[in-house]
Ligand binder design. Structure first.
Ligand SMILES: [Fe+2]
Ligand SMILES: [Fe+2]
Length: 197
């Protein structure tokens, strides 16, 4: 069992309750990823003078809704008045933008900064707060990640968080184009802000 401890500042639930709910909502591989993102978020917040406990919680819950069934997402998008264009996308996009609905409902986290960081963690955005950047980058460079360029990504991010964001967006865009995958418009807009010279 993990030694994660979350204070009650951002949720009325206890640390043990948050961890149990997270565990029940995903497979073990995803859970371990969330633990590592939490730890990496803590490390990045220390380097960037951000509230470590807040970043550790945001990192831990960032993928809370990644494995929620597709039918449930479709229902929530329709019933909760999310932008209907989201129905043209998939869980890769939904678990950030719509995932906050489940985080609020199940984990009782209502802090706007934490919810925003979850919302933006897969697509990135034109404007990003320090917490947005921390979670976005921790997700990309956590120790379990292994892709060509990850060492460079880590080096850049630990030296300069903004440059890390630029690196990730360029990397993701190249990958999506290589695979002839659709690019979410917000990701393209973010790339124009963070990655170009
Ligand atoms: Fe994610
Ligand atoms: Fe993730």
């Amino acid at each position: 069992m993990t030694k994660l401890i979350f204070k009650k500042t951002y949720s009325p639930l206890s640390s043990a309750e948050i961890i149990a709910k997270e565990k029940a909502n995903m497979d073990d591989k995803r859970f371990q990823h969330c633990v590592r993102v939490s730890e990496t978020s803590r490390k990045l917040s220390k380097l960037n003078n951000y509230d470590e406990d807040k970043a550790a919680l945001a990192g831990f819950v960032h993928d809370y809704a990644k494995q929620v069934p597709v039918e449930e997402y479709v229902k929530v998008i329709k019933d909760q008045d999310f932008d209907p264009d989201l129905l043209n996308w998939n869980r890769a996009i939904w678990h950030g933008i719509v995932g906050t609905y489940f985080v609020e409902r199940d984990l009782k986290i209502r802090d706007p900064e934490i919810l925003m960081a979850i919302r933006r963690h897969t697509t990135g955005d034109v404007e990003m707060t320090t917490l947005d950047k921390i979670v976005f980058m921790a997700d990309f460079i956590e120790p379990g990640r292994d892709f060509p360029g990850v060492d460079e990504a880590r080096k850049i991010t630990y030296a300069n968080l903004d440059k890390g964001v630029g690196y990730q967006l360029a990397h993701t865009l190249s990958f999506l184009i290589e695979q002839r995958n659709k690019v979410y418009p917000r990701t393209l807009a973010a790339y124009n802000v963070w990655s170009t010279k």
